[in-house]
Ligand binder design. Sequence first.
Ligand SMILES: [Zn+2]
Length: 300
Amino acid sequence: MTISIKRHSENIFWFDLSPNKELEFISIYLVVDDKIALIETGPACSLDNLVSGIKSAGLKLENVDYVVPTHIHLDHFGGGGHIMELCKNAKALVHPKAYKHVSNIEKWWQGSSDFLGRVAQLYGKPKPISEDRLVSTVDGFEVSLGSLSLKAIHTPGHAPHHITWIYGDEAFVGDSAGLWYPEVGSSFPVTPGYYRHDLALESIKKMESLNLKNVFYTHFGPRPVYNTFEETRKEFELWMNIVEEGYNQQLSSKEILQMLFNKRPGLLETNQNHGIHQKDTHKSTVEGMIGWLRRKNEKY
Ligand SMILES: [Zn+2]
Protein backbone atom coordinates (compact mmCIF):
# COMPACT_ATOMS: atom_id res chain seq x y z
CA MET A 1 0.00 0.00 0.00
CA THR A 2 1.16 3.57 -0.60
CA ILE A 3 2.09 5.40 2.53
CA SER A 4 1.69 9.14 2.69
CA ILE A 5 4.36 10.87 4.73
CA LYS A 6 3.55 13.88 6.85
CA ARG A 7 6.23 16.36 7.71
CA HIS A 8 5.73 17.76 11.18
CA SER A 9 8.85 19.91 11.30
CA GLU A 10 12.25 20.16 9.70
CA ASN A 11 13.42 16.97 11.43
CA ILE A 12 10.28 15.04 12.26
CA PHE A 13 8.28 12.96 9.79
CA TRP A 14 5.44 10.59 10.51
CA PHE A 15 2.99 8.26 8.85
CA ASP A 16 -0.03 6.05 9.48
CA LEU A 17 1.25 2.48 9.61
CA SER A 18 -2.22 0.98 8.95
CA PRO A 19 -1.54 -2.57 10.22
CA ASN A 20 -3.96 -5.02 8.58
CA LYS A 21 -5.42 -1.93 6.86
CA GLU A 22 -6.58 -0.41 10.15
CA LEU A 23 -6.34 3.35 9.74
CA GLU A 24 -5.47 5.96 12.38
CA PHE A 25 -4.39 3.35 14.88
CA ILE A 26 -0.58 3.41 14.87
CA SER A 27 1.65 6.33 13.99
CA ILE A 28 5.32 5.79 13.22
CA TYR A 29 7.78 8.67 13.60
CA LEU A 30 11.13 9.34 11.96
CA VAL A 31 13.62 11.81 13.37
CA VAL A 32 15.93 12.81 10.56
CA ASP A 33 18.94 14.68 11.85
CA ASP A 34 22.61 13.83 11.10
CA LYS A 35 21.55 10.47 12.44
CA ILE A 36 18.21 8.83 11.75
CA ALA A 37 15.96 7.41 14.45
CA LEU A 38 12.87 5.34 13.84
CA ILE A 39 10.43 5.75 16.74
CA GLU A 40 8.19 2.68 17.14
CA THR A 41 8.02 -0.12 14.59
CA GLY A 42 4.48 -1.37 14.95
CA PRO A 43 3.69 -5.07 14.95
CA ALA A 44 5.33 -7.79 12.85
CA CYS A 45 2.34 -8.01 10.48
CA SER A 46 2.87 -4.49 9.12
CA LEU A 47 6.56 -4.81 8.24
CA ASP A 48 5.89 -4.12 4.54
CA ASN A 49 4.10 -0.87 5.36
CA LEU A 50 6.89 0.12 7.74
CA VAL A 51 9.49 -0.40 5.01
CA SER A 52 7.33 1.54 2.50
CA GLY A 53 6.98 4.38 4.99
CA ILE A 54 10.72 4.68 5.60
CA LYS A 55 11.41 4.61 1.87
CA SER A 56 8.63 7.09 1.09
CA ALA A 57 10.32 9.51 3.48
CA GLY A 58 13.30 9.32 1.11
CA LEU A 59 15.41 7.26 3.49
CA LYS A 60 17.42 4.12 2.97
CA LEU A 61 17.02 1.27 5.42
CA GLU A 62 20.77 0.89 5.86
CA ASN A 63 20.98 4.55 6.93
CA VAL A 64 18.71 4.14 9.93
CA ASP A 65 20.92 4.47 13.02
CA TYR A 66 18.50 3.83 15.86
CA VAL A 67 15.32 1.83 16.22
CA VAL A 68 13.57 3.23 19.26
CA PRO A 69 10.48 1.70 20.87
CA THR A 70 8.62 3.44 23.69
CA HIS A 71 7.89 -0.04 25.06
CA ILE A 72 7.75 -3.54 23.72
CA HIS A 73 4.02 -4.29 23.55
CA LEU A 74 3.37 -5.99 20.22
CA ASP A 75 1.62 -2.99 18.64
CA HIS A 76 4.75 -0.89 19.33
CA PHE A 77 7.70 -3.21 18.84
CA GLY A 78 6.42 -6.59 17.64
CA GLY A 79 8.10 -5.82 14.32
CA GLY A 80 11.35 -4.67 15.99
CA GLY A 81 13.38 -7.78 15.18
CA HIS A 82 12.04 -7.84 11.62
CA ILE A 83 13.03 -4.27 10.83
CA MET A 84 16.39 -4.70 12.58
CA GLU A 85 17.20 -7.46 10.09
CA LEU A 86 16.67 -4.98 7.26
CA CYS A 87 18.20 -1.90 8.91
CA LYS A 88 21.56 -3.61 9.10
CA ASN A 89 23.46 -0.75 10.70
CA ALA A 90 20.94 0.15 13.36
CA LYS A 91 21.03 -0.36 17.10
CA ALA A 92 17.82 -0.79 19.07
CA LEU A 93 17.44 1.36 22.19
CA VAL A 94 15.43 -0.52 24.80
CA HIS A 95 14.58 -0.22 28.49
CA PRO A 96 16.80 -2.35 30.76
CA LYS A 97 13.69 -4.32 31.79
CA ALA A 98 12.85 -5.11 28.15
CA TYR A 99 16.38 -6.05 27.11
CA LYS A 100 16.24 -9.76 27.88
CA HIS A 101 12.78 -10.15 26.35
CA VAL A 102 13.77 -8.81 22.96
CA SER A 103 16.91 -10.95 22.80
CA ASN A 104 15.03 -14.04 23.93
CA ILE A 105 11.45 -13.64 22.81
CA GLU A 106 9.68 -16.74 24.09
CA LYS A 107 8.46 -15.33 27.40
CA TRP A 108 7.49 -12.07 25.73
CA TRP A 109 5.50 -13.86 23.03
CA GLN A 110 3.87 -16.21 25.54
CA GLY A 111 2.84 -13.33 27.82
CA SER A 112 1.49 -11.32 24.87
CA SER A 113 -0.46 -14.30 23.52
CA ASP A 114 -1.97 -14.97 26.95
CA PHE A 115 -3.11 -11.38 27.32
CA LEU A 116 -4.10 -10.53 23.75
CA GLY A 117 -5.38 -13.91 22.56
CA ARG A 118 -6.39 -13.80 18.92
CA VAL A 119 -5.10 -10.25 18.48
CA ALA A 120 -1.54 -11.47 19.18
CA GLN A 121 -1.90 -13.76 16.16
CA LEU A 122 -3.08 -10.82 14.07
CA TYR A 123 -0.03 -8.83 15.15
CA GLY A 124 2.34 -11.69 14.40
CA LYS A 125 5.26 -13.18 16.30
CA PRO A 126 8.32 -11.02 17.02
CA LYS A 127 11.86 -12.01 16.05
CA PRO A 128 14.74 -11.89 18.52
CA ILE A 129 17.45 -9.23 18.30
CA SER A 130 21.00 -10.23 19.16
CA GLU A 131 22.44 -8.55 22.23
CA ASP A 132 25.30 -6.90 20.35
CA ARG A 133 22.70 -4.76 18.55
CA LEU A 134 20.84 -3.71 21.70
CA VAL A 135 21.52 -0.72 23.90
CA SER A 136 20.05 -0.80 27.38
CA THR A 137 18.78 2.71 28.12
CA VAL A 138 18.58 3.81 31.74
CA ASP A 139 16.53 6.82 32.85
CA GLY A 140 18.28 9.92 31.51
CA PHE A 141 20.15 8.05 28.77
CA GLU A 142 21.03 10.39 25.93
CA VAL A 143 22.34 9.92 22.40
CA SER A 144 23.20 12.76 20.02
CA LEU A 145 21.39 12.72 16.69
CA GLY A 146 23.30 15.80 15.42
CA SER A 147 21.59 19.11 16.13
CA LEU A 148 19.77 17.68 19.16
CA SER A 149 19.92 14.57 21.23
CA LEU A 150 17.36 11.92 21.92
CA LYS A 151 16.81 11.42 25.62
CA ALA A 152 15.12 8.60 27.54
CA ILE A 153 12.76 9.48 30.36
CA HIS A 154 11.42 6.41 32.10
CA THR A 155 7.63 6.69 32.33
CA PRO A 156 6.28 3.53 33.98
CA GLY A 157 2.57 2.96 34.66
CA HIS A 158 1.19 1.61 31.40
CA ALA A 159 4.15 -0.77 31.41
CA PRO A 160 7.07 -1.03 33.85
CA HIS A 161 9.46 -0.72 30.90
CA HIS A 162 7.88 2.34 29.28
CA ILE A 163 10.09 5.16 27.98
CA THR A 164 9.13 8.61 26.73
CA TRP A 165 11.69 9.83 24.22
CA ILE A 166 12.53 13.53 24.22
CA TYR A 167 13.94 15.40 21.25
CA GLY A 168 14.33 19.11 22.05
CA ASP A 169 10.90 20.22 23.26
CA GLU A 170 9.08 17.41 21.54
CA ALA A 171 8.21 14.06 23.10
CA PHE A 172 7.32 10.64 21.79
CA VAL A 173 5.02 9.50 24.54
CA GLY A 174 3.98 6.00 23.45
CA ASP A 175 1.06 5.02 25.68
CA SER A 176 2.18 6.86 28.82
CA ALA A 177 -0.28 9.72 28.29
CA GLY A 178 -3.16 7.54 27.12
CA LEU A 179 -4.75 7.42 23.70
CA TRP A 180 -5.29 10.62 21.74
CA TYR A 181 -8.40 10.89 19.59
CA PRO A 182 -8.00 14.01 17.45
CA GLU A 183 -11.52 13.57 16.05
CA VAL A 184 -13.09 14.10 19.49
CA GLY A 185 -10.27 16.26 20.86
CA SER A 186 -9.79 14.09 23.93
CA SER A 187 -7.33 11.63 25.32
CA PHE A 188 -8.40 8.65 27.39
CA PRO A 189 -6.35 6.34 29.59
CA VAL A 190 -5.12 3.00 28.33
CA THR A 191 -4.00 0.31 30.72
CA PRO A 192 -2.98 -3.27 30.19
CA GLY A 193 -3.84 -6.10 32.61
CA TYR A 194 -1.23 -5.13 35.15
CA TYR A 195 -1.55 -1.39 35.70
CA ARG A 196 0.19 0.90 38.20
CA HIS A 197 -2.02 3.95 38.62
CA ASP A 198 0.40 5.63 41.06
CA LEU A 199 3.30 5.34 38.63
CA ALA A 200 1.17 6.39 35.65
CA LEU A 201 0.26 9.65 37.43
CA GLU A 202 3.86 10.24 38.47
CA SER A 203 4.99 9.75 34.88
CA ILE A 204 2.42 12.25 33.60
CA LYS A 205 3.68 14.78 36.16
CA LYS A 206 7.23 14.14 35.10
CA MET A 207 6.35 14.88 31.47
CA GLU A 208 4.34 17.93 32.51
CA SER A 209 7.44 19.40 34.15
CA LEU A 210 9.41 19.33 30.88
CA ASN A 211 7.67 22.28 29.17
CA LEU A 212 7.11 20.41 25.95
CA LYS A 213 5.79 21.96 22.77
CA ASN A 214 4.36 18.91 21.08
CA VAL A 215 3.64 15.36 22.04
CA PHE A 216 3.56 12.51 19.58
CA TYR A 217 1.20 9.71 20.47
CA THR A 218 1.53 6.27 18.99
CA HIS A 219 -2.28 6.10 19.06
CA PHE A 220 -2.61 8.53 17.33
CA GLY A 221 -0.64 11.42 15.87
CA PRO A 222 0.90 14.69 17.08
CA ARG A 223 -0.76 17.04 19.55
CA PRO A 224 0.38 20.54 20.51
CA VAL A 225 0.88 20.84 24.27
CA TYR A 226 -1.53 23.19 25.99
CA ASN A 227 -2.66 22.03 29.44
CA THR A 228 -2.34 18.61 27.87
CA PHE A 229 -0.75 16.85 30.81
CA GLU A 230 -2.98 18.52 33.38
CA GLU A 231 -6.02 17.43 31.39
CA THR A 232 -4.60 13.95 31.00
CA ARG A 233 -3.93 13.61 34.71
CA LYS A 234 -7.46 14.75 35.53
CA GLU A 235 -8.90 12.30 33.01
CA PHE A 236 -6.95 9.39 34.52
CA GLU A 237 -8.10 10.39 38.02
CA LEU A 238 -11.69 10.81 36.91
CA TRP A 239 -11.71 7.37 35.30
CA MET A 240 -10.27 5.82 38.43
CA ASN A 241 -12.97 7.50 40.54
CA ILE A 242 -15.72 6.20 38.29
CA VAL A 243 -14.17 2.71 38.17
CA GLU A 244 -13.87 2.74 41.96
CA GLU A 245 -17.50 3.75 42.35
CA GLY A 246 -18.55 0.82 40.15
CA TYR A 247 -16.10 -1.54 41.81
CA ASN A 248 -17.53 -0.70 45.24
CA GLN A 249 -20.99 -1.49 43.90
CA GLN A 250 -19.60 -4.77 42.54
CA LEU A 251 -20.51 -3.88 38.97
CA SER A 252 -18.96 -5.77 36.04
CA SER A 253 -16.34 -4.15 33.80
CA LYS A 254 -19.00 -3.89 31.09
CA GLU A 255 -21.33 -2.01 33.42
CA ILE A 256 -18.55 0.29 34.58
CA LEU A 257 -17.64 0.99 30.97
CA GLN A 258 -21.26 1.97 30.39
CA MET A 259 -20.98 4.49 33.26
CA LEU A 260 -17.90 5.92 31.54
CA PHE A 261 -19.73 6.15 28.21
CA ASN A 262 -22.44 8.17 29.96
CA LYS A 263 -19.99 10.47 31.70
CA ARG A 264 -17.14 11.01 29.23
CA PRO A 265 -18.10 12.86 26.04
CA GLY A 266 -16.76 11.23 22.88
CA LEU A 267 -15.77 7.96 24.54
CA LEU A 268 -18.62 5.89 23.14
CA GLU A 269 -17.92 7.24 19.67
CA THR A 270 -14.25 6.21 19.87
CA ASN A 271 -15.31 2.76 21.07
CA GLN A 272 -17.65 2.36 18.09
CA ASN A 273 -14.89 3.39 15.71
CA HIS A 274 -12.41 0.91 17.12
CA GLY A 275 -11.13 -1.56 14.58
CA ILE A 276 -10.35 -5.20 15.03
CA HIS A 277 -7.14 -4.78 17.09
CA GLN A 278 -8.66 -2.38 19.59
CA LYS A 279 -12.16 -3.76 19.90
CA ASP A 280 -12.02 -4.16 23.68
CA THR A 281 -9.42 -1.49 24.50
CA HIS A 282 -11.60 0.64 26.79
CA LYS A 283 -13.02 -2.43 28.52
CA SER A 284 -9.48 -3.73 29.14
CA THR A 285 -8.57 -0.37 30.62
CA VAL A 286 -11.47 -0.64 33.05
CA GLU A 287 -10.26 -4.14 33.95
CA GLY A 288 -6.68 -2.90 34.43
CA MET A 289 -8.01 -0.22 36.79
CA ILE A 290 -10.14 -2.76 38.68
CA GLY A 291 -6.98 -4.89 39.05
CA TRP A 292 -5.17 -1.92 40.56
CA LEU A 293 -8.01 -1.29 43.05
CA ARG A 294 -8.16 -4.95 43.98
CA ARG A 295 -4.41 -5.13 44.68
CA LYS A 296 -4.60 -1.89 46.67
CA ASN A 297 -7.43 -3.24 48.80
CA GLU A 298 -5.67 -6.55 49.41
CA LYS A 299 -2.77 -4.69 51.00
CA TYR A 300 -4.92 -3.52 53.90
ZN1 LIG B 1 -0.18 0.70 22.34
